[in-house]
Design a protein. Structure first.
Length: 318
């Protein structure tokens, strides 16, 4: 029914349609009238939906909404009180375009044909239709009987040169091609993907968290001589990775502090850790701080008990 309309939709449908949406548009165009451009059957007809490969009414409504949004069809009425819902196809092709085989507009798209002399001047051999039997087969009734009738379809021949109709090239957009900047980002993306693969191997082998696996990679990277992946594989096979993970967890584990019953230095009246006591230790004035540690004990004066210089002095004097 809608051969010309079918060809128009096939050639000029918007590129924003999906394959399923374009198939539905082609099925509806085939069902529509070429002149009125109105669909004949209902869009929810089971046969229409089967040909369009649309599973249900809801999916068909989504397809029709997209076709209306892209200005392919418009609602022409119906759809209420049992009436068949009609849709009209909008004009997609540019002005003057004719579907292949449309004789009414064939001359608009095809250039005029030159004369026989023009073809001979171009170097083409044109058979002499006036001479019978030299270059042309006989056309008597006996010869006509050997060929079945064509019904006026296959026997016609036109000397017009065929012009191939091509769609216009879509305008350039930034999303249609990659920019130099995108090309420059490729090595970075490859490196990130490779690091992620190594991190996943560490997680699978040791049960480490992603953060711990990344910390192990950063820790091992300075040791690499040839290949990070090769060194990681060697550490996993030798089970050295488990030991590294254990040390990493131990280093990250929070260290418990002794109870801080006393919050101020009884000599300098400063909050612990006392900066004045630390200054005395730096100047090697150990007398007062040693007495404070002895009087209050390591639990109350934890800042003095954890001071390495004071501990070294007490060890030397013991």
């Amino acid at each position: 029914m809608g051969y010309k309309l079918y060809r128009e939709v096939k050639v000029w449908a918007p590129d924003t349609l999906t394959k399923g949406e374009k198939l539905a548009a082609l099925v509806l165009a085939d069902d529509a009238n070429d002149v009125s451009r109105l669909t004949y059957h209902g869009v929810h007809d089971p046969e229409i939906m089967r040909q369009a490969m649309v599973p249900d009414d809801r999916a068909m409504r989504r397809v029709l909404a997209k076709l209306q949004k892209e200005k392919v069809v418009e609602h022409a009425g119906g759809g209420h009180n049992g009436r068949v819902s009609k849709y009209r196809f909008l004009h997609l092709a540019p002005s003057g375009w004719a579907a292949p085989g449309d004789a009414s507009k064939a001359g608009e798209n095809n250039p005029p044909t030159g004369s026989v002399e023009d073809h001979q001047a171009d170097g083409f051999d044109v058979p002499d239709v006036g001479k019978q039997g030299e270059n042309n087969p006989p056309t008597d009734e006996a010869d006509a009987k050997n060929h079945p009738p064509t019904g006026g379809v296959g026997g016609s021949f036109s000397t017009r040169r065929r012009v191939k109709t091509t769609r216009p090239t879509p305008p350039y957009t930034s999303t249609s091609s990659s920019s130099p900047r995108d090309a420059g980002d490729q090595p970075s993306k490859t490196k990130t993907k490779k690091t992620s693969s190594i991190r996943d191997r560490i997680i699978d082998a040791t049960g480490a968290t992603p953060e711990e696996a990344q910390a192990l990679i950063d820790q091992i990277r300075p040791e690499v001589k040839h290949s990070l992946s090769g060194l990681i594989t060697s550490l996993i096979e030798n089970e050295d990775m488990h030991e590294r993970l254990r040390k990493l967890k131990a280093a990250r584990a929070p260290r418990p502090r002794p109870a801080r019953a006393q919050t101020k230095c009884t000599r300098h009246y400063l909050a612990l850790p006392c900066d004045a006591c630390a200054s005395d230790i730096k100047t090697r004035a150990f007398g007062d701080v040693t007495k404070l540690l002895h009087d209050h004990g390591p639990d109350k004066r934890w800042d003095l008990a954890q001071n390495e210089a004071l501990a070294q002095h007490l060890g030397e004097s013991a």
